[in-house]
Write a protein that binds this ligand. Structure first.
Ligand SMILES: Nc1nc2c(c(=O)[nH]1)N[C@H]1C(S)=C(S)[C@@H](COP(=O)(O)O)O[C@H]1N2
Ligand SMILES: [Mo]
Length: 511
């Protein structure tokens, strides 16, 4: 830049760029809502970023940010969009085409993201196309005033010019805000599905906690996990909204007879109810990505028997409405355990976030290889014939839940010296827990009391006392499952098939 060629300041150009970016975004959101599409372009781009992030990196990031991953990803993509828009605005000062090119490249990326989503149709491109058109029009509209001021030194830019520019930018921004906000009200799909859900009268029971399963120890988490605090893990940036009347499940592949079931058919079948503790493979030692609920649904074994599974099949590839997949051994779906196509969780139709209207629940297996939410397709197949969502991202193909135990009490790292109450949970779903032991400051292992459980598919609470003098102590726990195997002290990462190792906490005993 030469000194005798005065350059307009960058901020109005960047501001014009950002307002342009927001305008196209608002238009795209409105068109998405009007067409009742599953995801808007920002969500589609976020999903694409999620899908192309290598598994190990995704794992590290999720560890870093926990369940804030979804809002962070969406915010990141939006900020990226606005950053590039500002840059496009600055480029457009000198050359409109250069600025427009940035917006066009962003549109192409969005288009690719939309079209590579599961179940994409060409109508899905409309929000992107309309948004791109809005970008080009707005960029052109907001530019002339800027370039006029560009020919003048900054300090002599006329007040009218500057005011005129600000009025234009403000006007466009206000219009974009109106379009963007009203698009929220256009999207009624979630509310319609919530309404359909609340009208359901399912023939299920509430599930009463079996006597003796829940210990009365302050600071212990309830044995039954309420729906609203049940952990949620999935790749869905947009929670699928499926009306029961529109849900259908196809069972096909290596079967004698293909079956298609509607929601009402499923509800009319014999329902099985069971306590099952669900656990995520990403649950770190001592973590809380685990919950125990009363599930009501139809046994998958019965449906598979009706379809007639071929002798050489060894897996069922499950697909959700949003295209997530996982593979489960046929054995786990057909043996005596209650592998369910679940309709209800703790006596209520599944919450939308937990798979409404129908999901899979398979005792003993981590969720990523069994617990498909919003399930719409079961393909009887062979493990050597497919790759599921997480198995292509360096996680295991098969993953039974590892025996684990957790200390919940003393909570907050403090206790009164003397007899200190210790308590927690242990789990080895579909194997069962034989005993739990605790150890204070590396001393001898002491067995603690186990609460009662209705079967081997749930976690079990434990409690005991340790004698602690005033000062800082370390408490460790380990469980032994009903095969007689004691948890290994060897700590492994959660990838590829679940963490192993003992949970230990530090606490201070006050004298
Ligand atoms: N459609 C779909 N189902 C899914 C997933 C997913 O990403 N998409 N994640 C699985 C994983 S990894 C786990 S641990 C469980 C979690 O179920 P919850 O969110 O109801 O606790 O859902 C499983 N089912
Ligand atoms: Mo998971």
């Amino acid at each position: 830049m030469s000194t005798d060629q005065p350059q307009a300041p960058r901020w109005p150009a960047a501001l014009a760029g950002i307002v342009t970016g927001l305008t196209g975004l608002a238009v795209a959101l409105a068109v998405t809502s009007l067409l009742r599409q599953r995801a808007n372009p920002v969500q589609s781009v976020s999903e694409m970023v999620r899908d192309i992030t290598p598994g190990p990196l995704a794992e590290k990031l999720i560890h870093l940010v926990g369940t804030a991953d979804k809002p962070l990803l969406l915010t990141g993509v939006t900020l990226g969009l606005l950053g590039l828009s500002a840059w496009a605005g600055i480029l457009a000062r000198r050359q409109l085409l250069a600025g427009a090119a940035v917006f066009l490249v962003m549109s192409v990326i969005a288009g690719v993201a939309v079209m590579t989503r599961h179940g994409a149709t060409s109508a899905g491109l409309l929000p992107v196309v309309m948004g791109a058109a809005a970008w080009v029009v707005t960029l052109t509209y907001l530019r002339p005033l800027q370039s006029r001021s560009e020919s003048l030194p900054y300090d002599v830019v006329g007040a009218t010019d500057r005011r005129g520019f600000l009025i234009r930018v403000g006007g466009v921004a206000a219009a974009a805000a109106v379009v963007g906000v009203s698009s929220r009200f256009l999207s009624r799909s979630r509310r319609a599905v919530e309404a359909a859900r609340s009208q359901l009268r399912l023939p299920v029971t509430r599930g009463t906690v079996p006597a003796g399963a829940g210990l009365d120890v302050k600071g212990l988490y309830p044995w039954q996990t309420p729906n609203d605090v049940f952990y949620r893990i999935d790749t869905a940036l947009v929670v699928p909204t499926i009306k029961p009347s529109e849900w259908e499940l196809r069972i096909h592949g290596m079967v004698d007879r293909e079956i298609t079931i509607q929601y009402d058919d499923l509800v009319a079948r014999e329902l099985t109810e069971a306590w099952v503790t669900l656990c995520c493979v990403s649950n770190p030692i001592g973590g809380h990505l685990i919950g125990n609920a009363w599930w009501s649904g139809v046994r998958i074994a019965d449906l598979l028997a009706e379809a007639g599974v071929h002798a050489d099949a060894d897996a069922v590839l499950q697909t959700s409405q949003d295209g997530w997949t996982c593979g489960t051994p046929i054995k786990a779906l057909t043996d005596d355990r209650n592998a369910l196509l679940a309709l209800a969780m703790n006596g209520k139709a599944l919450p939308l976030e937990h798979g409404f209207p129908v999901r899979m629940v398979v005792p003993g297996l981590y969720g990523f290889v069994s617990a498909t939410k919003w399930v719409v397709d079961l393909e009887v197949s062979r493990f050597d014939k497919f790759d599921a969502y997480w198995t292509t991202r360096s996680w295991s193909e098969q993953a039974p839940i590892k025996t684990q135990s957790r200390i919940d009490v003393p909570r907050g790292g403090r206790a009164m010296a003397g007899d200190v109450t210790v308590a927690g949970v242990a789990w080895a779903q579909h194997t069962g827990i034989e005993k739990v032991e605790v150890r204070l400051d590396g001393g001898p292992w002491e067995q603690v009391e186990l609460a009662r459980v209705p079967g081997v598919d749930t976690w079990v609470q434990w409690s005991g006392t340790v004698e602690a003098s005033p000062g800082i102590h370390t408490l460790a726990v380990r469980a032994t499952d009903l095969t007689g195997t004691t948890q290994t002290p060897v700590e492994t990462a959660v990838a590829p098939d679940g963490a192993s190792g003992w949970h230990a906490i530090e606490f201070t005993a006050d004298g």
